[in-house]
Design a protein around this ligand. Structure first.
Ligand code: PEP
Ligand code: MG
Length: 414
């Protein structure tokens, strides 16, 4: 491969990509990474695996799998996020594939993060946390829902969410077998909107492809997909235009809040806005209004927030990725206690800076930090007023906020 790469013949040099593709394909076949879930997963099974991709979770959910045990993964991994979205308890257990054997009878308690082998007959099936009554009183903090699949939006209203804080569109691509057409994308997004009141704010994120979200049919583009989020689309403008047209068409007559993933430089926003404007002008079916947002999830985004802010109507902080990039760690790893408040305030400082520059009104925090009680008191003091979390966590977050705000009112001297 190195020899091909260093040849003076440009045509041959370009073939390195093909070689890399063949290498990956062979390795994945040899390691049997491409599992045929159709034949493996059976309704009611607990699946034990070294690792699962987010798409694998979608596939096994369709097969009626009841629980997942993985050796590698974390709360903030996309696999974990999707498992929560499709309502399958997932627990991480190092060496699971060695300690557990086919046919074992196990209980997976996603809430407590525990696995019980051969549970006693009276061992309780883990119950979902009871959904408490939504508090009618208007909170000074807004809670939005992170939505991964259209059907998930059905509960947004029921849970009293203030809107959809982020709709992750990359699953449009991940669940298909080839690049989805414009029409397929329009229908997918319309399905989401069909579950939501027309006046509810809905933030739709441009597909954040790359990293651990690479469709199988795009694996030969690994080089380009090293450029995650908006940077991938900057290299593949025609794919981007198709995606944008689909979003614009699906939001016909509504307000569109369009969020750009992985913004690290104001140029990425300017480029996006230009293309959206061009596509808007060429369409008859289009949104009533488009608001642009930047997802701030790299240190460069935090540092460059002043200039980015001038180009956007709103900002969303992606705490999952930002945590990884701040501490130089993989999203699949669990963050160590000493890296969290009150000991380490790096994330709190980032949020404080973004809120100070952009204003509380403009900023929403997404990702798992938005429901983390170790962070929340500091973030609220830093002026953060908008949180977006997985729908399953909305009732308990709301209750925590009510209790916390009540408590801090009591603590104030009269
Ligand atoms: C994040 O990074 O915090 C985020 C919300 O985006 P995702 O988890 O999809 O990367
Ligand atoms: Mg992110």
């Amino acid at each position: 491969m190195d020899r091909v790469k260093s040849t003076s013949d440009e045509y041959l040099r370009e073939r390195v990509k093909d070689l890399k593709y063949v290498k990956r394909l062979l390795l994945s076949k040899l390691h049997q990474q491409e599992v045929d879930w159709e034949s493996v997963a059976k309704r009611g099974d607990i699946l034990v695996s070294h690792f699962l991709s987010p798409v694998d979770v979608v596939k096994v959910a369709e097969k009626g799998i009841k629980g997942i045990i993985v050796e590698k993964g974390s709360q903030t991994s996309h696999t974990g996020i999707v498992a929560r979205s499709v309502g399958i308890p997932m627990v991480k257990l190092p060496d699971a594939t060695e300690v557990l054997s086919e046919g074992d009878y196990v209980l997976v308690d996603g809430h407590a993060g525990r696995v019980v082998v051969d549970p006693a007959p009276d061992e309780e099936e883990p119950q979902k946390a009871p959904v408490r009554e939504c508090v009618a009183e208007k909170l000074p903090v807004s809670i939005y829902a992170n939505v991964d699949f259209p059907e998930e939006a059905k509960v947004v209203d029921e849970l009293g969410a203030d809107g959809v804080g982020i709709f992750r569109t990359e699953y449009i691509y991940l669940v298909e077998k080839s690049w989805p057409s414009e029409d397929v994308q329009v229908e997918y997004i319309k399905r989401l909107l069909s579950f939501l009141d027309s006046d509810l704010p809905v933030t739709i994120r441009i597909a954040d492809l790359g990293g651990d979200k690479i469709p199988l049919y795009a694996e030969h583009m690994m080089d380009e997909l090293d450029y995650r989020g908006i940077r991938f689309f900057m290299l593949k403008e025609s794919f981007f235009r198709t995606h944008i047209r689909a979003i614009l068409k699906a939001f016909k007559g509504r307000e569109l809040r369009l969020l750009v993933p992985m913004v690290s430089d104001v140029y990425e926003m300017k480029w996006t806005k230009e293309i959206v404007r061009e596509e808007m002008n060429a369409l008859r079916c289009r949104p009533e209004k488009v608001l642009f947002g930047a997802m701030i999830e790299t240190p460069a985004g935090v540092i460059g927030i002043r200039s980015i802010n001038e180009e956007v109507d709103f900002v969303s902080i992606g705490s999952n990725d930002l945590t990884g990039f701040l501490f130089g760690m993989d999203r699949e790893c669990k963050i160590m206690d000493y890296m969290e408040p009150p000991n380490n305030m790096a994330m709190v400082e980032c949020v404080r800076r973004v809120v100070r520059v952009c204003s509380s009104e403009k900023v929403t925090l997404c990702g798992e930090v938005a429901r983390d009680r170790k962070y929340l008191p500091y973030l609220l003091k830093a002026g953060l007023r908008k949180l977006s979390v997985n729908p399953a966590f909305i009732p308990e977050l709301r209750q925590w906020l009510v209790d916390y705000l009540e408590g801090s009112k009591r603590e104030q001297p009269c």
